[in-house]
Ligand binder design. Structure first.
Ligand code: SF4
Length: 238
């Protein structure tokens, strides 16, 4: 039974991270013009929840770019499913690069029980090199999240060769937050083997609340699912 899905609400980003698999010239051509009606998808998901009496459906508003570049649309999608969110029938989340978020957005997400995760690759030395010198901006956003919610957000960190060289520092960086950390394996240039990744995870798990059981972030399992209308979802496992 499908009980989770991830909707890519846009295909654009304000950053150009060195390892990004979404914004290569090749992908840009592939992704261009792939408009879809997110409200139809949400209708289908709500029907699906009712039909199969699903207790909690996990729904991500993430995907091929920075979702907050389309905050107005995201705001409407969240309002559209707000009854399901307040009844805890849908557990929604989004993941941001942290450069665009405001207190108003955070208040809205809190009010609607939408979890917000932040992408941050550990210590400034590594993060800035891979993610466009944004470490201090992202940290400000994480502190803003803390002031709104009273706890630190979940965070996502991509593990490549550079991070492995600073594995101890990376683990120590995340330790004080006490929040759940999702590590993803980098592949391609600068990437690491599965064995190296699992070895890092084993170390990290001794000191951090590490999310386990997920796929590599770059492996989006795309399925075409028929629930009344056909639509494309990125099915994610958490
Ligand atoms: S923030 Fe995410 S989507 Fe944007 S360039 Fe970086 S890795 Fe790619």
């Amino acid at each position: 039974m499908i009980d989770r899905a991830c909707i890519s609400i846009n295909n654009r980003c304000n950053l150009n991270c060195s390892y990004c698999h979404f914004h290569t010239a090749e992908k840009a051509v592939y992704l261009a013009g792939k408009e879809m009606n997110v409200f139809s998808i949400l209708d289908n998901i709500m029907q699906h929840i009712n039909k199969y009496d699903i207790e909690v459906f996990k729904l991500g508003f993430v995907g091929n770019g920075e979702p907050l570049l389309d905050y107005e649309a995201l705001h409407e999608y969240i309002k559209y499913i707000s009854d399901y969110l307040s009844a805890n029938r849908i557990a929604a989340y989004t993941i941001t690069n942290g450069t665009l978020i405001t207190e108003k957005m955070l208040d809205f997400f809190k009010e609607n029980k939408v979890n917000v995760g932040f992408s941050i690759d550990g210590i400034p030395e590594i993060h800035n090199q891979l993610r466009c010198n944004t470490h201090s901006e992202v940290m400000k956003a994480i502190e803003l999240y803390h002031s709104v919610n009273g706890y630190y957000p979940s965070m996502n960190c991509t593990i490549g060769r550079d991070v492995l060289k600073k594995a101890e520092d990376t683990i120590a960086f995340f330790e004080p937050f006490g929040s759940r950390i999702t590590f993803s394996r980098m592949i391609g240039a600068g990437g690491i083997s599965l064995d190296q990744f699992h070895c890092f995870l084993d170390k990290a798990k001794q000191r951090l609340n590490v999310r386990t059981g997920g796929y590599d972030s770059v492996i989006n399992v795309v399925k075409k699912i028929k629930m009344g209308l056909s639509f494309v979802l990125h099915v994610v496992q958490t």
